[in-house]
Design a binder for this molecule. Structure first.
Ligand code: SAM
Length: 267
């Protein structure tokens, strides 16, 4: 496809999990050389503070009526801005290519003949691993790691590879899992993981308000399914959780009553 004269371009930028220190140099450079920044709800305030004053910002995380802007409207907005000649930084939480719909946006932009460049971001799993000291693999505890989504389309059952996931040698990281984690824990136990299998729950990972909880699959089962959580929550399931770098993380039963848990669950 022929490029139009004076056409702009789009930088697809991963903003990481929240701590500005976890931005890549490329991400920062792209954010600071854009004419307009189009950002999601998950991009932290501390990161947005690094966008130079005077650069236009468009928040597509929430419309004024509090609904997220539909994906096709975001795609159309990016195309329009680039066609008008803008250099656009499309800023997404974590890595745009991990549960971030970055590849969908890139495909639409490329189909419209718009140049797309990428800055990878630290995904939530890696940010949380670094902030808690919990490795994602560890000799003797986990030979691999899987990232899965715990989210399902409305009125659809969770479509997970249950037998494959119930593997004690693989660390399982569940993104977008807070509404269905009870069901996921039950499914994993049913397929053979022990009820005592460790789980780390981290809300607002890498941010000043990070909250963490060590619990067990069996303990998650007894929770309500739709837990209101103030901020993004990640679940790391696996023996690696026993290596957490924290003195205040103890066994599940005591933590069920703990203030940390109450904060994670009820804000
Ligand atoms: C739509 S996905 C986006 C993932 C993102 N692209 C990434 O690579 O981290 C949103 C989910 O990521 C996880 N997440 C993102 N940032 C997080 C953070 N700072 N702390 C905990 N979980 C986070 C949560 O599970 C949240 O529901």
């Amino acid at each position: 496809m022929l490029k139009k004269m004076n056409q702009g371009q789009v930088f697809l930028v991963g903003a990481g999990p929240g701590d500005p220190d976890l931005l890549t140099v490329r991400a920062l450079r792209m954010m600071q050389s854009a004419d307009v920044v189009v950002h999601d709800r998950l991009v932290s305030r501390d990161i947005m503070a690094l966008v130079p004053a005077g650069v236009r910002r468009i928040d597509v995380g929430k419309k004024p009526d509090h609904h997220p802007v539909p994906q096709d409207e975001i795609n159309a907005l990016l195309v329009r801005l680039a066609e008008e000649g803008s250099t656009v930084a499309r800023l997404k939480g974590g890595d745009p290519m991990i549960f971030g719909r970055g590849s969908e946006e890139a495909a639409v932009l490329r189909a419209a003949g718009i140049k797309v460049s990428y800055a990878p971001g630290i995904t939530a799993a890696q940010g949380v691993s670094a902030s808690t000291g919990v490795p994602l693999t560890h000799r003797g505890l986990a030979t691999g790691v899987r990232y899965v989504t715990g989210h399902c389309q409305a009125n659809r059952p969770l479509d997970l590879d249950w037998d494959g996931l119930a593997d004690a040698d693989t660390t399982l990281v569940v993104y977008m899992g807070h509404a269905n984690m009870q069901q996921i824990a039950a499914g994993l136990i049913e397929r053979g993981l022990p009820a005592e299998h460790p789980v780390l729950v981290v809300a607002n990972g890498t941010r000043p308000n990070e909250t963490r909880l060590v619990t067990q699959l069996g303990a998650l089962q007894i929770k309500r399914a739709n837990i209101p959580v103030p901020g993004p929550v990640l679940f790391i399931v696996g023996r690696v959780v026993t290596l957490i770098d924290s003195e205040d993380s103890t066994a599940a039963d005591t933590l069920l009553q703990a203030p940390e848990l109450q904060r994670v669950l009820h804000g």
